[in-house]
Design a protein around this ligand. Structure first.
Ligand code: ATP
Length: 240
Protein backbone atom coordinates (compact mmCIF):
# COMPACT_ATOMS: atom_id res chain seq x y z
CA UNK A 1 0.00 0.00 0.00
CA UNK A 2 1.26 3.51 -0.78
CA UNK A 3 2.43 5.66 2.09
CA UNK A 4 0.40 8.87 1.89
CA UNK A 5 2.15 12.06 3.01
CA UNK A 6 -0.34 14.66 1.77
CA UNK A 7 -3.98 14.17 0.90
CA UNK A 8 -6.25 16.94 -0.33
CA UNK A 9 -9.94 16.13 -0.78
CA UNK A 10 -12.62 18.37 -2.26
CA UNK A 11 -10.67 21.61 -1.81
CA UNK A 12 -12.63 24.72 -2.77
CA UNK A 13 -11.28 28.25 -2.37
CA UNK A 14 -13.14 31.46 -3.25
CA UNK A 15 -11.82 35.00 -3.08
CA UNK A 16 -15.03 36.98 -2.76
CA UNK A 17 -16.93 36.06 -5.91
CA UNK A 18 -13.94 34.43 -7.63
CA UNK A 19 -13.85 30.66 -7.39
CA UNK A 20 -10.09 29.98 -7.63
CA UNK A 21 -10.21 26.25 -6.72
CA UNK A 22 -13.38 24.28 -7.40
CA UNK A 23 -13.06 20.87 -5.76
CA UNK A 24 -9.50 19.58 -5.97
CA UNK A 25 -8.34 16.09 -4.98
CA UNK A 26 -4.59 15.52 -4.84
CA UNK A 27 -2.32 13.04 -3.13
CA UNK A 28 1.45 12.87 -2.61
CA UNK A 29 3.00 9.60 -1.45
CA UNK A 30 6.32 9.11 0.32
CA UNK A 31 9.33 9.48 -1.97
CA UNK A 32 7.32 10.92 -4.84
CA UNK A 33 7.96 14.07 -6.81
CA UNK A 34 4.50 15.23 -7.81
CA UNK A 35 3.98 18.25 -10.01
CA UNK A 36 0.96 20.51 -10.33
CA UNK A 37 1.04 22.30 -13.66
CA UNK A 38 -1.34 24.66 -15.44
CA UNK A 39 -1.71 28.06 -17.03
CA UNK A 40 -1.69 31.44 -15.27
CA UNK A 41 -4.53 31.78 -12.81
CA UNK A 42 -5.34 28.04 -12.78
CA UNK A 43 -5.29 28.00 -8.97
CA UNK A 44 -1.89 26.38 -8.32
CA UNK A 45 -0.50 28.92 -5.87
CA UNK A 46 -3.86 29.12 -4.13
CA UNK A 47 -3.68 25.34 -3.59
CA UNK A 48 -0.21 25.61 -2.04
CA UNK A 49 -1.33 28.48 0.18
CA UNK A 50 -4.28 26.40 1.34
CA UNK A 51 -1.82 23.68 2.40
CA UNK A 52 0.37 26.10 4.36
CA UNK A 53 -2.58 28.06 5.77
CA UNK A 54 -1.32 31.32 4.28
CA UNK A 55 -4.38 32.29 2.25
CA UNK A 56 -5.77 35.78 2.78
CA UNK A 57 -9.29 35.97 4.23
CA UNK A 58 -11.37 33.81 1.88
CA UNK A 59 -13.77 30.88 1.88
CA UNK A 60 -12.09 27.46 2.10
CA UNK A 61 -13.86 24.08 2.01
CA UNK A 62 -12.61 20.50 1.89
CA UNK A 63 -9.90 18.72 3.81
CA UNK A 64 -6.12 18.68 3.75
CA UNK A 65 -4.28 16.06 5.76
CA UNK A 66 -0.58 15.62 6.29
CA UNK A 67 0.72 12.30 7.65
CA UNK A 68 -2.89 11.34 8.28
CA UNK A 69 -3.77 14.39 10.40
CA UNK A 70 -5.72 17.51 9.39
CA UNK A 71 -3.54 20.56 8.71
CA UNK A 72 -6.23 23.20 9.29
CA UNK A 73 -5.21 25.97 11.67
CA UNK A 74 -1.53 25.05 11.88
CA UNK A 75 0.88 28.04 12.11
CA UNK A 76 3.96 28.33 9.86
CA UNK A 77 6.43 27.52 12.66
CA UNK A 78 4.37 24.45 13.58
CA UNK A 79 4.55 23.28 9.98
CA UNK A 80 8.35 23.43 10.06
CA UNK A 81 8.32 21.50 13.33
CA UNK A 82 6.18 18.92 11.54
CA UNK A 83 8.83 18.91 8.79
CA UNK A 84 6.60 20.44 6.16
CA UNK A 85 8.72 23.06 4.38
CA UNK A 86 7.79 25.51 1.65
CA UNK A 87 9.91 27.46 -0.82
CA UNK A 88 7.57 30.31 -1.77
CA UNK A 89 7.32 32.12 -5.08
CA UNK A 90 9.73 35.05 -4.77
CA UNK A 91 11.93 32.89 -2.49
CA UNK A 92 11.94 34.94 0.73
CA UNK A 93 15.59 34.55 1.75
CA UNK A 94 16.89 36.74 4.59
CA UNK A 95 18.61 39.37 2.45
CA UNK A 96 20.71 40.92 5.24
CA UNK A 97 22.12 37.59 6.35
CA UNK A 98 24.90 35.61 4.74
CA UNK A 99 24.28 32.35 2.94
CA UNK A 100 25.65 30.43 5.91
CA UNK A 101 23.40 32.32 8.35
CA UNK A 102 20.36 31.67 6.14
CA UNK A 103 21.12 27.96 6.21
CA UNK A 104 21.43 28.02 10.00
CA UNK A 105 18.02 29.71 10.16
CA UNK A 106 16.60 26.82 8.15
CA UNK A 107 17.77 24.47 10.90
CA UNK A 108 16.31 26.47 13.79
CA UNK A 109 14.12 23.60 14.96
CA UNK A 110 17.23 21.41 15.41
CA UNK A 111 19.93 21.61 18.08
CA UNK A 112 22.42 19.07 16.78
CA UNK A 113 25.14 21.60 15.95
CA UNK A 114 27.72 19.24 14.45
CA UNK A 115 25.03 17.55 12.38
CA UNK A 116 23.78 20.91 11.14
CA UNK A 117 27.27 21.85 9.90
CA UNK A 118 27.56 18.42 8.24
CA UNK A 119 24.24 19.07 6.50
CA UNK A 120 25.37 22.49 5.34
CA UNK A 121 28.44 20.83 3.78
CA UNK A 122 26.18 18.21 2.21
CA UNK A 123 23.94 20.82 0.58
CA UNK A 124 27.02 22.84 -0.44
CA UNK A 125 27.94 19.69 -2.39
CA UNK A 126 24.62 19.91 -4.25
CA UNK A 127 24.79 23.72 -4.59
CA UNK A 128 28.51 24.49 -5.13
CA UNK A 129 27.68 28.10 -6.06
CA UNK A 130 26.47 28.65 -2.51
CA UNK A 131 29.63 27.19 -1.02
CA UNK A 132 31.82 29.61 -2.98
CA UNK A 133 29.72 32.48 -1.63
CA UNK A 134 28.95 31.28 1.89
CA UNK A 135 29.87 34.60 3.57
CA UNK A 136 28.10 36.74 0.95
CA UNK A 137 24.89 38.56 1.94
CA UNK A 138 21.88 36.76 0.46
CA UNK A 139 20.46 40.06 -0.85
CA UNK A 140 23.42 40.41 -3.22
CA UNK A 141 22.89 36.99 -4.86
CA UNK A 142 21.43 36.57 -8.33
CA UNK A 143 17.81 35.38 -8.66
CA UNK A 144 18.92 31.83 -9.42
CA UNK A 145 21.36 31.78 -6.53
CA UNK A 146 18.62 33.03 -4.18
CA UNK A 147 16.35 30.24 -5.45
CA UNK A 148 19.06 27.69 -4.67
CA UNK A 149 19.57 29.21 -1.22
CA UNK A 150 15.83 29.13 -0.50
CA UNK A 151 15.77 25.45 -1.43
CA UNK A 152 18.87 24.60 0.59
CA UNK A 153 17.45 26.50 3.58
CA UNK A 154 14.16 24.58 3.39
CA UNK A 155 16.08 21.30 3.16
CA UNK A 156 17.93 22.12 6.39
CA UNK A 157 14.86 21.22 8.47
CA UNK A 158 15.01 17.63 7.08
CA UNK A 159 11.58 18.00 5.46
CA UNK A 160 9.22 15.09 5.17
CA UNK A 161 7.46 17.13 2.48
CA UNK A 162 8.92 20.02 0.50
CA UNK A 163 6.56 22.36 -1.35
CA UNK A 164 8.09 24.33 -4.22
CA UNK A 165 6.17 27.23 -5.76
CA UNK A 166 7.33 28.09 -9.30
CA UNK A 167 11.07 27.67 -8.72
CA UNK A 168 11.85 28.62 -12.34
CA UNK A 169 9.94 31.92 -12.20
CA UNK A 170 11.94 34.86 -13.55
CA UNK A 171 15.16 32.93 -14.08
CA UNK A 172 17.38 32.81 -17.16
CA UNK A 173 17.07 29.51 -19.11
CA UNK A 174 20.49 28.26 -18.02
CA UNK A 175 19.58 28.83 -14.36
CA UNK A 176 16.23 27.11 -14.87
CA UNK A 177 18.06 24.01 -16.17
CA UNK A 178 20.35 24.12 -13.14
CA UNK A 179 17.45 24.44 -10.67
CA UNK A 180 15.73 21.44 -12.26
CA UNK A 181 18.96 19.45 -12.08
CA UNK A 182 18.98 20.17 -8.35
CA UNK A 183 15.27 19.25 -7.98
CA UNK A 184 15.95 15.88 -9.63
CA UNK A 185 18.99 15.39 -7.42
CA UNK A 186 17.00 16.17 -4.24
CA UNK A 187 14.25 13.81 -5.40
CA UNK A 188 16.80 11.01 -5.92
CA UNK A 189 17.78 11.46 -2.29
CA UNK A 190 14.25 10.31 -1.44
CA UNK A 191 12.78 13.66 -0.40
CA UNK A 192 9.05 13.93 -1.11
CA UNK A 193 8.08 17.03 -3.07
CA UNK A 194 5.09 18.83 -4.50
CA UNK A 195 6.25 21.10 -7.29
CA UNK A 196 4.05 23.83 -8.70
CA UNK A 197 5.35 24.93 -12.10
CA UNK A 198 4.43 26.81 -15.24
CA UNK A 199 7.34 25.24 -17.11
CA UNK A 200 5.35 22.09 -17.86
CA UNK A 201 8.02 20.36 -19.92
CA UNK A 202 10.74 20.50 -17.28
CA UNK A 203 8.30 19.72 -14.49
CA UNK A 204 6.96 16.63 -16.31
CA UNK A 205 10.48 15.48 -17.15
CA UNK A 206 11.47 15.65 -13.47
CA UNK A 207 8.29 14.37 -11.77
CA UNK A 208 6.92 10.90 -11.12
CA UNK A 209 3.27 11.94 -11.29
CA UNK A 210 1.45 15.06 -12.41
CA UNK A 211 -1.81 16.91 -12.00
CA UNK A 212 -2.91 19.36 -14.68
CA UNK A 213 -5.03 22.19 -13.37
CA UNK A 214 -7.22 24.50 -15.42
CA UNK A 215 -9.58 27.19 -14.10
CA UNK A 216 -9.66 25.73 -10.60
CA UNK A 217 -10.16 22.06 -11.49
CA UNK A 218 -7.85 19.10 -12.19
CA UNK A 219 -8.35 18.19 -15.83
CA UNK A 220 -5.80 15.37 -16.03
CA UNK A 221 -3.69 13.29 -13.69
CA UNK A 222 -1.27 10.42 -14.11
CA UNK A 223 2.27 9.33 -14.85
CA UNK A 224 4.39 12.40 -15.69
CA UNK A 225 6.32 10.74 -18.54
CA UNK A 226 3.12 9.51 -20.14
CA UNK A 227 1.76 13.05 -20.03
CA UNK A 228 4.75 14.31 -21.99
CA UNK A 229 3.56 12.06 -24.83
CA UNK A 230 -0.12 12.96 -24.49
CA UNK A 231 -1.24 15.05 -27.50
CA UNK A 232 -3.67 17.08 -25.33
CA UNK A 233 -0.87 18.06 -22.95
CA UNK A 234 1.47 18.73 -25.87
CA UNK A 235 -1.04 21.04 -27.54
CA UNK A 236 -2.09 22.93 -24.42
CA UNK A 237 1.06 23.09 -22.30
CA UNK A 238 4.12 22.09 -24.33
CA UNK A 239 3.66 24.36 -27.32
CA UNK A 240 3.61 21.50 -29.84
P1 ATP B 1 0.14 31.75 -11.70
O1 ATP B 1 0.81 30.63 -12.38
O2 ATP B 1 -0.16 32.90 -12.60
O3 ATP B 1 0.75 32.14 -10.39
P2 ATP B 1 -1.85 30.15 -10.34
O4 ATP B 1 -2.28 28.91 -11.04
O5 ATP B 1 -0.88 30.00 -9.23
O6 ATP B 1 -1.35 31.22 -11.38
P3 ATP B 1 -3.52 31.50 -8.43
O7 ATP B 1 -2.48 32.50 -8.06
O8 ATP B 1 -3.81 30.43 -7.47
O9 ATP B 1 -3.18 30.83 -9.82
O10 ATP B 1 -4.86 32.30 -8.79
C1 ATP B 1 -6.11 31.64 -9.09
C2 ATP B 1 -7.20 32.68 -9.27
O11 ATP B 1 -7.47 33.32 -8.02
C3 ATP B 1 -6.86 33.80 -10.23
O12 ATP B 1 -8.02 34.11 -10.96
C4 ATP B 1 -6.44 34.96 -9.33
O13 ATP B 1 -6.69 36.19 -9.94
C5 ATP B 1 -7.31 34.74 -8.12
N1 ATP B 1 -6.65 35.22 -6.89
C6 ATP B 1 -5.48 34.81 -6.38
N2 ATP B 1 -5.18 35.45 -5.24
C7 ATP B 1 -6.21 36.31 -5.01
C8 ATP B 1 -6.52 37.27 -3.99
N3 ATP B 1 -5.72 37.45 -2.95
N4 ATP B 1 -7.67 37.98 -4.11
C9 ATP B 1 -8.51 37.78 -5.15
N5 ATP B 1 -8.29 36.89 -6.13
C10 ATP B 1 -7.15 36.17 -6.08
Amino acid sequence: MSDSILKIAGLKVSYGGIKAVKGLDLEVNRGELVTLIGANGAGKTTTLKAITGTLPACKVEGSISYLGKPLAGMQSHQLVQQKLAMVPEGRGVFTRMTIHENLLMGAYTRNDKADIERDIEKWFGVFPRLKERSTQLAGTLSGGEQQMLAMARALMCHPTLLLLDEPSMGLAPIMVEKIFEVIRDVSKQGITMLLVEQNARLALQAAHRAYVMDSGVVTMTGDARAMLDDPRVQAAYLGE
